[in-house]
Design a protein around this ligand. Structure first.
Ligand SMILES: Nc1ncnc2c1ncn2[C@@H]1O[C@H](COP(=O)(O)OP(=O)(O)OP(=O)(O)O)[C@@H](O)[C@H]1O
Ligand SMILES: [Mg+2]
Length: 132
């Protein structure tokens, strides 16, 4: 939950200044859940894809006017996800938005089967936000 909150706060911070949007998708498979959080912000270049998960790393962004944080959110998220036995990564092409994904293994097959049947294996929840 904390991981999702951080990813969504990043979407809020970094999505496009006009017509910005973010989307959350949840996929339940046999061995766990994958959560996908995407946005239409500036994206992250190859160099920074690993670095953003390090403590205090913030990509220099010129004058986009984003309120800056502490650079801790993703580092904390990575710790939580890895503690739970999952992994977190980002897929992005600069200029084409960012997509953060994390997986959490569900060790209990019954739970996975139940979630899977409840959602039909996949559930998409879109959130749209607009800036004035
Ligand atoms: N969705 C995103 N699109 C583009 N860049 C991002 C995105 N999410 C994170 N980043 C980059 O990764 C850096 C690290 O993110 P992180 O969440 O760790 O820190 P923060 O949001 O700056 O501060 P905090 O989460 O501690 O308030 C950000 O400063 C930003 O440069
Ligand atoms: Mg953050």
């Amino acid at each position: 939950m904390q991981v999702l909150i951080n990813l969504l706060s990043n979407v809020e911070k970094f999505c496009a200044p006009a017509g910005g949007w973010g989307e959350v998708a949840l996929e339940v498979g046999g061995d766990g859940v994958t959560v996908k959080v995407s946005d239409n912000g500036p994206g992250i270049d190859a160099q920074n894809k690993r670095k953003v998960f390090e403590r205090f790393h913030m990509v220099a962004e010129g004058d986009t006017g984003n309120s800056r944080g502490s650079g801790l959110g993703l580092a904390i998220s990575r710790h939580i996800v890895e503690y739970l036995g999952g992994r977190i990564w980002v897929e992005s092409e600069p200029g084409k938005g960012a997509c953060f994904l994390f997986t959490i293994p569900l060790h209990k097959p019954k739970m996975a089967a139940m979630l899977s049947s409840m959602t039909g294996g996949e559930l998409n929840a879109g959130i749209k936000k607009r800036r004035p």
